[in-house]
Ligand binder design. Structure first.
Ligand code: C2E
Ligand code: CA
Ligand code: CA
Ligand code: CA
Length: 279
C-alpha cells in the first residue's frame, strides 16, 4: 500500500482550521476574561521636557490570561475590535483609568493627566459621548485631566463625524490627542480643522530621528507646524538620550518612552508619581 503524505491543499486547510479555532478560542477567552476581570492597566509616564516633571500617564491594557501569563495588547486588541468586545472592554479601560486618577489625587498625589486610548470602533459608537459622561459622573473624574487618544487613521475615516464628536468631548473639557501621527495620510488642512490639543509623533519616526538628517528635519518641521496650530507635541517611543536631546532642542513639549520608564503596574506608577520629578 502506497503511503500518501498529505498534499499541500490538505496542509493548507488544516492550518486554516487551526487559525479559525485559535481565533474563536481567543474571542471566547476574551469574553470570559471580561467577566473574570483578568485585565489590568499599566501606566507609562509622560514627561514635560521643559521641567522634567511627570505631567501625565498613558493607560495601556494588559491581559493576565489564565494559563498563559501577561498578554500584550497587540495580541488581543485586534480580535477585540473585530468581535466588538472592544466596546465593553474599552468601557472597562476608561472606568478603571478614571478611578485610578481619582484615587491617586485623593491620596495626595499631584494631579496629572490620564491619557486613554480609544479604538476606532469605540469612536464610531453612537453613544460614546454619553458613555464617557456617565463614567466621569460615576468616578468623579475631573474631565480636564482626561485626555483621549485617537489615532490619525481613526480621525481621518470620516472627518465631519470626527469633528462633530470631538467638539462634544471638548465642550466637556476633555482633551484630545492625535495618536500615531505621521503613520496615516492626514493632510495638513485636516489637521487644522480638528479640534485637538496635541499630537503624538509616532515611535517609528522617533526611532529614526538620530539616524538621518532628513528625519530630523521632518521632526523639526512637524513640531513647529504643530506649535503654529497651537498644538502640544508629544514624542512617543523615546529610547535614547540622543533622541531626547534632539527633541528638546527642537522644542518638543512632552516625551514618553523606555528611556524614562516602561509602562508599569499601578503601584509602581504611584511610586513614580510620588517622586514627582523623573531625573
Ligand atoms: P499606542 O497607543 O501607540 O501605545 C504606545 C505603545 O508603545 C505601547 O505599547 C507602549 O508600551 C509602547 N512603548 C512605549 N515606550 C516605548 C519605547 O520607548 N519603545 C518602544 N519600542 N515602544 C514603546 P503597548 O502597551 O504594547 O500597546 C500597543 C498598542 O495597543 C497601543 O499603541 C494601542 O494602540 C493599543 N492599546 C493599548 N492599550 C489599549 C487600550 O486600553 N485601548 C485600546 N483601544 N487600545 C490599546
Ligand atoms: Ca496611545
Ligand atoms: Ca502611538
Ligand atoms: Ca500605535
Amino acid at each position: 500500500v502506497k503511503e500518501t503524505g498529505k498534499n499541500n491543499y490538505e496542509l493548507f486547510m488544516e492550518s486554516m482550521k487551526r487559525k479559525i479555532i485559535d481565533k474563536l478560542d481567543l474571542e471566547s477567552d476574551l469574553r470570559h476574561a471580561i467577566e473574570k476581570e483578568e485585565f489590568v492597566l499599566f501606566y507609562q509616564p509622560q514627561i514635560a521636557l521643559a521641567t522634567g516633571e511627570i505631567i501625565g500617564v498613558e493607560a495601556l491594557i494588559r491581559w493576565e490570561r489564565e494559563g498563559v501569563g501577561l498578554v500584550q495588547p497587540m495580541e488581543f486588541i485586534p480580535a477585540a475590535e473585530e468581535s466588538s468586545l472592544i466596546i465593553p472592554l474599552g468601557e472597562w479601560v476608561l472606568k478603571t483609568a478614571c478611578k485610578q486618577n481619582v484615587k491617586w489625587i485623593k491620596s495626595g498625589i499631584k494631579p496629572v493627566l490620564m491619557a486613554v486610548n480609544l479604538s476606532s470602533k469605540q469612536f464610531q459608537q453612537r453613544n460614546l459621548v454619553e458613555m464617557i459622561e456617565r463614567i466621569l459622573d460615576e468616578t468623579g473624574m475631573d474631565p480636564t485631566l482626561l485626555e483621549l487618544e485617537i489615532t490619525e487613521s481613526t480621525a481621518m475615516q470620516d472627518i465631519d463625524f470626527t469633528i462633530k464628536v470631538l467638539k462634544k468631548l471638548k465642550e466637556k473639557g476633555i482633551r484630545i490627542s492625535l495618536d500615531d501621527f505621521g503613520t496615516g495620510y492626514s493632510s495638513l488642512n485636516y489637521l487644522k480643522m480638528l479640534p485637538i490639543d496635541s499630537l503624538k509623533i509616532d515611535k517609528s519616526f522617533v526611532h529614526d530621528l538620530t539616524n538621518s538628517p532628513s528625519e530630523e528635519t521632518i521632526a523639526k518641521s512637524v513640531i513647529s507646524l504643530a506649535h503654529k496650530l497651537n498644538l502640544l507635541v508629544v514624542a512617543e517611543g523615546v529610547e535614547t538620550k540622543a533622541q531626547l536631546e534632539l527633541l528638546k532642542n527642537h522644542m518638543c513639549d512632552k516625551v514618553q518612552g523606555y528611556l524614562l520608564s516602561k509602562p508599569v503596574p499601578p503601584n509602581e506608577a504611584e511610586k513614580l508619581l510620588r517622586k514627582a520629578k523623573s531625573e
